[in-house]
Design a protein around this ligand. Structure first.
Ligand code: HEC
Ligand code: HEC
Length: 252
C-alpha cells in the first residue's frame, strides 16, 4: 500500500508519463499528416505506410460526414440518387484519390466556384426544361419512346416503330446525346451517367423510373467540406474511399 507523499509521487509520475505519451502521439500524428499532405494525392496509394495511415484516419471521417447519404457500406441509395462509391462505375472521374479529394473539398453543385457544376439533368416534362439554356419540352409519347430505346440496353423488347422514334429523339430534339454521348456511354467530366450499362444512380432502370427521370430531371448535390474538415481529414477520407473502391486504371 502506498501512503502519503509516495502515493502523490506515483500519481504525478503517472500523469507526466500520460502527458508525454499524448504529446508524443500528437507530434507523431502531425508529422504523418504533414507527410501525407506533402505527397501528390495520386501517389499516396504507392506509399504503403502513409496510405494505411490515411485510410485508417479516413474511416471515422467518412462515418461522421459521408455515411449519412452514401451509407456505411458506401453503396449509396438509388431512391435518393446517391451513387455507389465502391463500384468501378464513377459518375465523375475515375475514382483517383485527387478526384475524390476535389469532390470532398468543393462538393457537387455546392456553393463554391470550384464545385462540380457543368450540367444538370433537364426536366423534359416542364415548360422550361433547363435553366442553363433553351431545350424543348418533350411530350409524354416522346419520353415513352426514348425510354423504349434506353430499355433495349437493359435487355427489354422494343416495338420497332417506337424504337426508331426513340433513337431519332435521343439524337435530335431531346439532345440526350449532347451530355450522355451518342453511344449512351455518359461523360465523367460533367457527371452524366452511362445509360447503356445496368448501373443506375437514380431508380431501378425500369421503364417507369427512366420516364420519371426524363420528365422531372435530377440535380444531385454532394456538400462541400472545405470549411468543416481539415486538409488532412479531406485527404484521409479520399484515401479511405479509394481503398474501398474497385481500382481505377493506372494513371497516364
Ligand atoms: C447530403 C448527402 C451527401 C453527403 C453528406 C455526402 N454526399 Fe457525396 N454525393 C451525394 C450525391 C447526391 C452525389 C451524386 C451527385 C450527382 O448526382 O451528381 C454524391 C456524389 C459523390 C461523389 C461522386 C461519386 C461518383 O460516382 O463519381 C463522391 C466522390 C462523393 N460524393 C464523396 C463524398 C464524400 C467524401 C463525402 C463526405 C466527406 C460526401 N460525399 C458526403 C450526396 C452526399
Ligand atoms: C445538359 C446535359 C444533359 C442532357 C441534355 C440530358 N441529360 Fe440526362 N443526365 C445529365 C446529368 C448531369 C445526369 C446526372 C444527374 C444527377 O445524378 O444529379 C443525368 C441523368 C440521367 C439519367 C439517370 C441515370 C442514372 O444512372 O441515374 C437518365 C435516365 C437520363 N439522364 C436520361 C436522359 C435522356 C433520355 C435525355 C434526353 C431526353 C437526357 N438525359 C438529356 C445530363 C443531361
Amino acid at each position: 500500500m502506498l501512503q502519503g507523499k509516495s502515493r502523490w509521487k506515483t500519481v504525478a509520475v503517472g500523469a507526466a508519463v500520460a502527458v508525454v505519451a499524448v504529446l508524443g502521439w500528437l507530434v507523431y500524428r502531425h508529422g504523418r499528416d504533414a507527410a501525407m499532405l506533402r505527397l501528390a494525392p495520386d501517389s499516396l496509394p504507392e506509399n504503403a505506410s502513409l496510405y494505411a495511415f490515411a485510410v485508417s484516419g479516413g474511416k471515422g471521417v467518412f462515418a461522421r460526414n459521408c455515411a449519412g447519404c452514401h451509407g456505411a457500406d458506401m453503396k449509396g441509395d438509388r431512391k435518393t440518387g446517391v451513387p455507389d462509391l465502391t463500384d468501378v462505375d464513377w459518375q465523375f472521374g475515375e475514382g483517383r484519390v485527387a478526384e475524390i479529394e476535389q469532390i470532398a473539398l468543393y462538393g457537387i453543385r455546392a456553393a463554391d466556384h470550384r464545385t462540380k457544376n457543368q450540367a444538370d439533368m433537364p426536366a423534359f416534362g416542364r415548360e422550361q426544361p433547363y435553366a442553363r439554356y433553351s431545350i424543348p419540352t418533350l411530350t409524354p409519347q416522346e419520353m415513352d419512346d426514348i425510354a423504349t430505346y434506353i430499355g433495349v440496353t437493359q435487355g427489354r423488347e422494343a416495338e420497332p416503330e417506337a424504337l426508331k422514334r426513340g433513337i431519332a429523339l435521343f439524337d435530335t430534339k431531346g439532345q440526350c446525346f449532347d451530355c450522355h454521348g451518342n453511344d449512351m456511354g455518359g461523360d465523367t467530366f460533367i457527371g452524366a451517367p452511362n445509360l447503356a450499362d445496368k448501373v443506375w444512380v437514380n431508380g431501378d432502370g425500369s421503364k417507369k423510373a427512366i420516364i420519371d427521370i426524363i420528365a422531372q430531371g435530377r440535380v444531385g448535390v454532394s456538400p462541400m467540406f472545405k470549411n468543416t474538415l481539415s486538409p488532412a481529414q479531406i485527404r484521409a477520407v479520399a484515401a479511405y474511399i479509394h481503398s474501398k473502391a474497385i481500382p481505377p486504371p493506372p494513371a497516364a
